[in-house]
Design a protein around this ligand. Sequence first.
Ligand SMILES: Cc1cc2nc3c(=O)[nH]c(=O)nc-3n(C[C@H](O)[C@H](O)[C@H](O)COP(=O)(O)OP(=O)(O)OC[C@H]3O[C@@H](n4cnc5c(N)ncnc54)[C@H](O)[C@@H]3O)c2cc1C
Length: 393
Amino acid sequence: MSVMADGDRAFLDSIIEVADEVAGPHADSVDRDARFPAEALDALRAERALSATIPAELGGGGISFSAVARGCFELGRRCGSTAMVFAMHHIQVATIARHAAGSQWLESYLASVAADQRLVASVTTELGTGGDMGRSIAALQPGEDGVTASFEKQAPVISYGAQADDLFVTLRRSPDAEQNDQVIAVAQRGQFALEQTGTWDPLGMRGTCSPGFVVRAQIAPEQTLATPFPQIMAESMVPITHILWSHLWLGIATDAFDRARAFVRAAAKGSSDGAPPPVAIRLSHLLAELSLLRAEVASGLAEFVEASEEPSRERLLTMTSTLRFNNLKIAASEQAPRVCQGAMGVCGIMGFKNDSPYSVGRHLRDTMSASLMIANERIHQTNASLLLIAKDV
Ligand SMILES: Cc1cc2nc3c(=O)[nH]c(=O)nc-3n(C[C@H](O)[C@H](O)[C@H](O)COP(=O)(O)OP(=O)(O)OC[C@H]3O[C@@H](n4cnc5c(N)ncnc54)[C@H](O)[C@@H]3O)c2cc1C
C-alpha cells in the first residue's frame, strides 16, 4: 500500500470535508432543480482545490494526480454533478500543466488559475462532429493585425459554460487546415461571448448545467498549446479524462452500494432470529460487481502514474496505452450504472423512491450519462482499428 504525502493527505481531507458537509447536503436540490452546485464550488475554491494540479512553483497545490483522482471519487460519493464539474475542470488544467513548458503565456495563465481559483470549462463537442474529439469544424482565424486570432464554435453541450471563467477549446489550426489538424486554445472571460442555444433538463448529471452555446472569441495567438494535438490527446487528455471520470463514477456506485448495505443491515436488525435476510445474498453479488469496477479503476490509475513518471512519457503514446485507457472508460461507464441498478434491486421500492434514505435513483440516472460522454460506440470504433495493428494489447 502506498503512503500518501502530507500535502496529498491534507488535500484529500479537505475534499472529504467539502463532500460530506457541503456537496452531499445540497446534492438533492442540485439534482431536482438542475442547478449549478454553487455552494460546493465555493467551498472547493476556499480550499484552493481548483489549483491542486498546478505545480507549487506557479502557485498551485502541487498535489499528486492520484490524490486528485481520489478527490473525484470522494465527491462522487456525495454529489455526482459536483464531482463531474471538479473532474472536468482538472482535466483541462492538468492537461495544460503537462504541456505548458516553454510557453510563458500558459505558465502565467496557470498562475492566474491558482491565484484567482478560475474555473475552466471544456468546449470539444461540436455541431457536425458530435463527440468525435479528433475532428473540428470551427477554425482559429488569424487576425490581420497579427496580435489577435478569433473563432466561432457551435457547441451543443458545454458543462457550466455560464459559470466558467475560461474555456478550453478544440479547433482546426487555421481556416485552410483539415478537420483533423487541430489545436487547443484557451480563452479567458472577457475574451469570449456565449450565446445560449438550448436548455438543460436532462435525465442525470443535472447540476453540470450543460446547455448548448455558440462561442465567439478573440484571443492572442500564443493562447494555444504548442504540443501536437494527437500527442496531447494520447499523453494527457484521453487518459486523464477516462481516469478522473471513472473515479467519480466509482464514487457514485460506491455510495449506491453503501445505501444498499445500510438497507440490508437495517433489515437484519429487524429480524427476530438475527439471521441475514435473503436479500443479503444479493448484496454479496453486488459487492462482486463493485469490486470489478474498483479493480479496473485502480489499475488504470496506477498504470498512468507509472507511465507518467518515465522521463519521456513515451509509453502513453503507444497504441497499447490508447487501448488500455479507452477500455477503462468503456468498462467503468458500463459497470457503474450496473452497480447502481443492482443497489436498486437490493433496496426495492425504498431505493426507487426519491425521498428515502436508501434512494439510488439519482445515482442510477447520473451514471447513465457515462456511456454517452464520448459515446462508447465511437471508442469501440477507434479500438477496433487499433486492434488490427497494435503489437500488444
Ligand atoms: C453530462 C454531460 C456533460 C457534458 N459536458 C460536455 C462539455 O462540458 N463539453 C463538451 O464539449 N461536451 C460535453 N458533453 C458531450 C459529450 O462528451 C459527448 O461529446 C456528447 O454527449 C456526444 O453527443 P452525441 O451522443 O449526440 O454524439 P455522437 O458521439 O455523435 O453520437 C451519436 C450517436 O451515434 C452513435 N455513434 C457514434 N459513433 C458511432 C460509431 N462509430 N459506431 C456506432 N455508433 C456510433 C452513438 O452511440 C450515439 O448513439 C457532455 C455530455 C454529458 C452527457
